[in-house]
Design a protein around this ligand. Sequence first.
Ligand code: FES
Length: 77
Amino acid sequence: MSENEVKITVRPNGPFRVEGPCKLVDADGKEWDLTGKPAFSLCRCGGSTNKPFCDGTHSKIGFQAAEAAVAAADAQK
Ligand code: FES
């Protein structure tokens, strides 16, 4: 991974892990302060009390999701 690349990893039954240089903004364009955070996790279960960040609630509520990537050609079949 190059230093300017952003990598988003779909964690098994958990959050989206974001690594690399990027901005995170709300609906109004206001930016979260990510100073000193080379990586962070975004909630995708809906249960976090610290949205948009994951707070670990996904484990407590038994969140389950499919996370395997499907090739574009396979997805159109
Ligand atoms: S994904 Fe972790 S709290 Fe929602």
